[in-house]
Write a protein that binds this ligand. Structure first.
Ligand code: NAD
Length: 503
């Protein structure tokens, strides 16, 4: 067992303890294990961090983009060196299985590599002008200070999706990791320092809602990059409306789904469903809370799925042989249990009565086994519309592919969907008619790659895809026009005669 970490904020290049309130980070696999104690940063500490980022901004903006990119190359080497340690720390702190944590570290590394590679790519475009002697350019410029507020379930990759484009483009950052994963957040900030990022360019403040809200309220912040629940994202949008020059990019919750058509390959469909619903114990933003299954295939599919779900290995996240670990904390266990009860109350026919696991190693942590039920689609059923964020799965029968589209779209969210079919016409119909940000065919509805757009519609996102896509959000486009003639010449035939014509 490792020693307990002392959490610190990083402000203007100095690691600072706080005299105020503190909070603990505990392992969800062994609730008695405290990983560290971290500052609940005050409004004043958040203000100091924003002021430090603002102070560092002009000098950072003036550095060469290639220099900034090369710092990311340094970071890539450090992350490669630290990959196993990072994966183990993440597994202990958030309960994801260590092999999955390692994949997340690799995903973060891919973002760093993407950012490094992008450093030598164009920062704008050369455009035509109506006037032959004019050169016209579109050039992207940074906005200023970015607040990065992130969730616990991807505590390494999601911050890097945001920090990478923001810093590459010349913005400075205040980063607030989730209060459920402060240790991995702090470790990430330490790696940036080691890679040579100058003081004040990346600042870190620990804390929960109050600290996040202090950042959002600060008029010194130009952009808020947020990933988390719809409720918090919407609150951030409302608070940000007070600031006339504020950009807010929100990636939020979902009620993602896999659609299993009548012609689906059964084993492929079961595999897609299990991974989509139960990897990370159903705690990915893109986790499937619903599998829509063609009525003609329903019984065969459900039998296979249930027998495979019974065999899933759920246990210690440090054992890479396990399929999944615990859920994040006791409050999550209780919330998921309430949804399991609601599924029964709303008429669900329980097919696998999962719930709290209390035997052996499970007794020490927040373990839940899969809960699966059949539910006929009705518009008012809450368990088919609300995000549960746990191993809680509805199997919903449908008659025609058109019904499947209607059922799929009947949630306030639109993040990720997968369709399992051999029929290319059906595949195209789902692609065109479903509301989603990420679509998959004959795959699970999880599995992002950093160079693809990552975002959603409706309550899932407000149109600023994360990862590589954020380069658009963290810069603004300027027009730059240069006249090479010795006379003023205007577009649209506008006269330049300032004396006026003959009377
Ligand atoms: P959360 O919304 O509870 O917290 C996210 C972050 O917001 C945390 O850092 C938290 O401290 C901060 N926060 C809370 N209240 C705040 C406030 N009033 N002002 C400013 N900041 C505040 O989410 P979580 O439980 O950490 O993560 C799970 C949620 O995140 C799920 O809904 C999941 O779907 C979503 N998620 C979405 C994506 C995506 O890309 N769409 C990715 C991962 C997770």
């Amino acid at each position: 067992m490792s020693a307990t970490l002392t959490g610190k904020n990083l402000i203007a290049g100095r690691w600072q303890s706080s005299n105020g309130e503190r909070f603990e980070s505990r392992s969800p696999a062994r609730e008695s294990e405290v990983l560290g104690v971290f500052p609940s940063s005050s409004v004043e500490e958040a203000r100091q961090a924003v002021a430090a980022a603002r102070e560092a901004y002009p000098a950072w903006r003036r550095t060469s983009r290639i220099y900034r990119a090369e710092l990311f190359d340094n970071l890539a080497q450090i992350v490669k060196r630290e990959a196993d340690n990072l994966a183990r720390l993440m597994a202990r702190e958030c309960g994801k299985v260590v092999s999955e944590c390692r994949a997340e570290v690799i995903e973060g590394l891919h973002m760093i590599q993407y950012v490094f590679g992008t450093g030598r790519m164009p920062i704008g475009e050369v455009l035509a002008s109506e006037i032959a002697e004019k050169d016209a350019f579109m050039r992207r410029k940074p906005w200023g200070v970015v607040a990065v507020i992130t969730p616990w379930n991807f505590p390494f990759a999601v911050p890097l999706w945001m920090l990478g484009p923001s810093l590459l483009e010349g913005n400075t950052v205040v980063f607030k990791p989730s209060e459920d994963t402060p240790a991995i957040g702090q470790r990430l900030a330490e790696l940036f320092v080691e890679a040579g990022f100058p003081a004040g360019v990346l600042n870190l403040v620990h804390g929960a809602a109050e600290t996040g809200e202090a950042l959002v309220r600060d008029p010194g912040v130009n952009i808020v990059l947020f990933t988390g629940s719809y409720e918090v994202g919407h609150r951030i949008q409302q608070l940000s409306a007070e600031h006339y020059d504020r950009i807010v990019a929100c990636e939020m919750g979902s009620k993602s789904a896999v659609i299993v058509c009548a012609d689906a390959r059964l084993d492929l469909a079961v595999n897609c469903a299990l991974i989509s619903a139960f990897k990370t114990s159903g705690q990915r933003c893109v986790s499937a809370g619903r599998i829509l299954v063609a009525e003609s295939l329903f019984d065969k599919f459900a039998d296979k799925l249930i027998s495979a779900a019974r065999r899933l290995r759920i246990g210690d996240p440090l054992n890479s042989g396990n399929f999944t670990g615990p859920v994040i904390h006791r409050a999550a266990v209780e919330k998921i249990e309430r949804y399991n009860a609601l599924a029964r109350a709303e008429g669900g026919q329980v097919l696998l009565d999962g719930g709290r696991m209390t035997d052996g190693e499970h007794a020490a942590g927040c373990y839940l086994s899969p809960f699966i039920y059949r539910m006929e689609h009705r518009p008012e059923v809450r368990v088919l519309r609300e995000e549960v964020f746990g191993p809680h799965l509805a199997l919903v029968p449908f008659k025609t592919n058109e019904d499947a589209v209607r059922i799929y779209n009947d949630t306030p969210y639109g993040l990720s969907m997968a369709v399992v079919t051999e029929d290319y016409r059906a595949m195209r119909m789902f692609r065109e008619e479903c509301e989603y940000g990420m679509g998959y065919v004959n795959l699970p509805c999880i599995g992002a790659e950093v160079h693809l757009p990552f975002g959603g519609v409706k309550k899932s996102g407000n149109g600023h895809p994360s990862a590589a896509g954020l380069i658009e959000t963290v810069t603004h486009k300027t027009a730059w026009t240069v006249n090479h003639s010795t006379e003023v010449k205007m577009a649209q035939g506008l006269t330049t005669d300032i004396e006026g014509g003959p009377a």
